[in-house]
Structure formats: structure tokens, C-alpha cells
Design a binder for this molecule. Structure first.
Ligand SMILES: [Zn+2]
Length: 189
């Protein structure tokens, strides 16, 4: 049986799911995240490029329910945690870091006024262009938005860059993730 996370569902069908959707996938299940990582690692000389990053795990949990007080709006509550491989923007070494995102979305038909809102009852609004949606797409959107603008080692201890470099936030810092994300968002429009 196909994994439900990759199938298309009407909001009504998701609302009727009794159990939470839990799934451990891989980075390779997320094409936009993969594209961002790949574009950055492409800057490395071929022998230095990591090989296994596409197989890194992505832990996903999603729960669906009708949003109380808002007829016909499907609320999505969940969490996604992924291991991302990137180049540290301070020391230029390849490293892995965890991205964890809490998912709080409400699915709204793009034809309604509600679709113009950024949030409803504390939920991010997802415009439904089609009648149906794939749960994996909701997960991927949340993870793309949660990626850091400039990935860096989380402590000076782990980072090979000299401490003075670490403490000075240069105005011309390279922000590959931010640039890529901006490009992708433009392309989607
Ligand atoms: Zn570093």
C-alpha cells in the first residue's frame, strides 16, 4: 500500500483520519529541500562533496482536524525534524545540523477571502489551489521556511573559524539559503 503521506487527499478525507500520520522519510522525499542542499554543496570541489545527505532521516508527525469556529477549514498540527547537510558560512566546513519545525497550518480554498490572510487563529494559512493536497507538501513547505538564512556551526567550539571571525557579523556575509529560497519563491509565483 502506498504511503498516505505522498497521496493526494481532500481536506474532508484528512479530517476524517482517526490516527495521527507518523512517518520517517528521507531528505530525498523532499525535492525543494534537496535542491537547496544540492545547490550549496555544488560549490564544493567534487571530492569534498558529502555523499549520503539524501538518505538523512526526516521525522514527521501530522494531525488533522476541522478548525473550531471556522467552517470548512482544516487545521494541520504537527512537527517535522530533519538532518540537513550544509557548508558552515563561517569556517566553510561541511557539517550536519537538525532543523525542527512545529507545523500549524490551516488549509483554505484560494478562492475565498480567508486565503488573503496570513494567519487564522494562530495558524499559518495555506492556500489550496486545487481541491486536494499531499501531506508531504505541507511538511516540505514548513521545513523550507525553517531553514536558516546562513547555516553555521552552533558553537564556536565546533567551528574551525577563528573566534574574532565568529563574533563579527559581516555585512557581506554569504547567505546561500536565503538567496535560493528567494529565487524559489519567485519561481513559484
Ligand atoms: Zn563552522
Amino acid at each position: 500500500m502506498a504511503n498516505p503521506i505522498f497521496e493526494r487527499y481532500l481536506p474532508k478525507e484528512l479530517a476524517e483520519l482517526v490516527q495521527d500520520v507518523e512517518f520517517t522519510g528521507k531528505i530525498s522525499d523532499l525535492p525543494r529541500v534537496s535542491e537547496i542542499i544540492e545547490a550549496e554543496l555544488d560549490a564544493l570541489a567534487e571530492p569534498e562533496r558529502p555523499r549520503q545527505w539524501r538518505a538523512a532521516p526526516v521525522d514527521i508527525r501530522l494531525a488533522f482536524s476541522w478548525l473550531a469556529g471556522h467552517a470548512g477549514m482544516l487545521a494541520v498540527d504537527g512537527r517535522a525534524a530533519a538532518t540537513i547537510t550544509a557548508v558552515c558560512q563561517r569556517c566553510l566546513a561541511v557539517f550536519e545540523f537538525a532543523v525542527v519545525t512545529e507545523i500549524r497550518m490551516v488549509l483554505v480554498a484560494a478562492t475565498t477571502d480567508a486565503a488573503q490572510q496570513e494567519s487564522i487563529a494562530g495558524y499559518d494559512v495555506w492556500d489550496l489551489d486545487e481541491d486536494s493536497v499531499r501531506p508531504i507538501d505541507l511538511v516540505e513547505e514548513s521545513l523550507v521556511m525553517a531553514l536558516p538564512f546562513a547555516p553555521v556551526h552552533d558553537s564556536a567550539e565546533n567551528c574551525a573559524a577563528p573566534v574574532e571571525t565568529v563574533s563579527s557579523e559581516g555585512a557581506d556575509i554569504v547567505r546561500p539559503f536565503a538567496d535560493l529560497r528567494a529565487k524559489m519563491e519567485n519561481r513559484d509565483n
